[in-house]
Design a protein around this ligand. Structure first.
Ligand code: F6P
Length: 547
């Protein structure tokens, strides 16, 4: 047994889980009118009702003890202080410095990184204002109205999903198109829809080595040149965001057209850096700053609020409770707000790339489950498809429901229906429907007893299915910033408890490496195939089809 699973806090939680599995949330609600109030906390424009979870005060206290024993708060202090906590890559983890409005320095290797961060923010602000004012023009003198943002993973999901979520705050004069996949269909479709004279390409790649991003940018460049632009005009239409300035200039980017980021910003935590430039182009710099401000306020809350009131801590501990003591293998995110529909995909990368690990601190293999599968989509759509499994299937899927209480420019009827479905689903998951209740419902239908019993059996819903409900006054830039930072810290807390390095991603790196080796064999059709028999066979078939 590892130190974690043999710790008194863990053992205590195991005992509590065994006891609690014989109880039902429905009975707790019936017995305690204060339950909802007692298990609700709010901060930074987010109200979290976690009363519909399989928890008691005793469980929450035991989970908090686990966090204390795992030194979550000490680990978080080390992160904010710029210590090298990403050990396998020997890096500090400081996305929080990118939204640090405290006025205090943040030291990496004894040097304050804030002057560089602030200079980059100024550069973003100036750039956005020059595009929005029409002062920055393309090579034929037309203002830049079409932005093609090319990137993948963290260099894509954050900007795309935040821009989508903040559509009501969009700046009218520009349209941003996001391209990630190397599948040529996407970039070709986007290029076909814009005029090259008014197009700005923002290439975002922290490493500047990502195959998909490099290729999509080369395709855009070839399109630009074929449409009439010259090599000289490229500087007016192509900019880059990267920590690899050398590779970006070698690629042909003008040095003053490169926005920097630093190796202490992880890809999936990079939306707060210049990787967020397309967000600022979409919603304007002031709104973009509000997004950062919201994240900063969540950072302050995370560092200062006591565990029992701390939103990221509560979410993380509930997650650990279900993953490690109830065998939950996934967690579903259900935003009831169309513009927030991308959030599950964002948190999916954030969480799964961070905590999809099996080696804990001292190079030992874990003997407990770590990061769950994160999935989800916008409500109410899921109610008419996959919710069935959450209600009556055999696996436990804890859920986060989300709803803005107000939405700009929307018909009240639609919004009330949306809200009613959101609340109704959490209620159904919690209380379920007993066999007796189903039988009573069917009693007036004139069925014979055997049919009635059989139907009631199928209709019975066990309930006791856990969910959190996150309410926002509205999804404005500040609240969205706080929401994303809340999930970042949730992931951090879980990684700290599980003892994994939440900031490397060697699994996906291997995929990149092998993909490039295979690509060589696809281009070089005469080259000997020396992979496994299946891969060789697949390559041969592709070669034959493309002869
Ligand atoms: O493929 C994994 C990954 O490294 C992510 O972590 C990252 O967000 C993405 O690729 C893009 O990387 P880059 O910004 O270096 O192109």
């Amino acid at each position: 047994m590892t130190a974690l699973t043999s710790s008194p806090a863990w053992q205590n939680l195991e005992n509590l889980a065994t006891k609690i599995k014989t109880q039902h949330m429905r009975d707790w609600f019936a017995a305690d009118p204060q339950r909802a109030e007692n298990f609700t906390q709010a901060a930074c424009g987010i109200e979290l009702d976690f009363s519909k979870n399989i928890i008691t005060d005793e469980v929450m206290q035991a989970l908090q003890t686990l966090a204390t024993e795992c030194q979550v708060s000490e680990k978080s202090q080390a992160m904010f202080a710029g210590e090298i906590i990403n050990h396998s890559e020997k890096r500090a983890v400081l996305h929080t410095a990118l939204r640090n409005f405290s006025g205090k320095p943040v030291l990496v290797d004894g040097e304050d990184v804030m002057p560089e961060v602030l200079a980059c923010q100024q550069k973003i602000q100036d750039f956005v204002s020059s595009v929005h004012s029409g002062q920055r023009k393309g090579y034929t003198g037309k203002p830049l109205k079409q932005i093609i943002a090319i990137g993948i993973g963290g260099s894509f999901l954050g900007p795309k999903i935040m821009s989508e979520a903040l559509k009501p705050y969009g700046f009218e004069g520009v349209k941003v198109h996001y391209v990630a996949n190397v599948d040529g269909c996407h970039i070709q479709d986007v290029l076909a829809s814009v005029d090259h004279q008014e197009t700005l390409v923002v290439m975002s790649s922290k490493s500047f080595t990502t195959q998909e991003t490099l290729q999509n940018t080369l395709t855009a460049k070839a399109w630009f040149l074929a449409a009439g632009g010259t090599q000289h005009d490229i500087a007016k239409h192509f900019i880059a965001v990267s920590s690899n300035i050398k590779a970006a200039t070698e690629f042909g980017m003008a040095e003053n057209n490169i926005f920097p980021l630093w190796d202490w910003v992880g890809g999936r935590y990079s939306l707060w850096s210049a990787i967020g430039l397309p967000i600022a182009l979409t919603i304007g710099y002031d709104n973009y700053r509000e997004l950062l401000q919201g994240a900063f306020e969540m950072d302050e809350h995370f560092q200062n609020a006591p565990i029992e009131q701390n939103l990221p801590m509560i979410l993380a501990l509930l997650g650990v409770w279900y993953v490690n003591f109830f065998g939950a293998q996934s967690h579903v995110l259900l935003p009831y707000y169309h513009y927030l529909r991308g959030l599950p995909a964002y948190v999916q990368q954030l969480d799964m790339e961070s905590n999809g690990k099996r080696i804990a601190g001292s190079n030992t293999q874990v003997d407990y489950a770590t990061g769950p599968i994160i999935w989800g989509s916008e409500g109410t759509n899921g109610q008419h498809s996959f919710h069935q499994l959450i209600h009556q299937g055999t696996v436990l899927v804890p859920a986060d429901f989300m709803l803005p209480l107000k939405v700009p420019n929307q018909d009240d009827k639609h919004h009330a229906m949306l809200a009613s479905n959101c609340f109704g689903q959490t209620q159904a998951l919690m209380q379920g429907k007993t066999f007796e209740e189903c039988k009573a419902d069917l009693a007036s239908k004139g069925l014979d007893n055997a049919t009635l019993e059989s139907l009631a059996t199928h209709k019975t819903m066990p309930g006791n299915k856990p969910s959190n409900t996150l309410l926002f006054n509205q999804v404005d830039p500040k609240t969205l910033g706080a929401l994303v930072a809340m999930y970042e810290h949730k992931v951090f807390v879980q990684g700290s408890i599980w003892g994994v390095n939440s900031f490397d991603q060697w699994g996906v790196e291997l995929g990149k490496e092998l993909g490039n080796q295979v690509l060589d064999k696809l281009f070089n059709t005469e080259a000997n195939l020396n992979f496994d028999a299946s891969t060789n066979q697949l390559i041969s078939k592709f070669r034959r089809a493309n002869e």
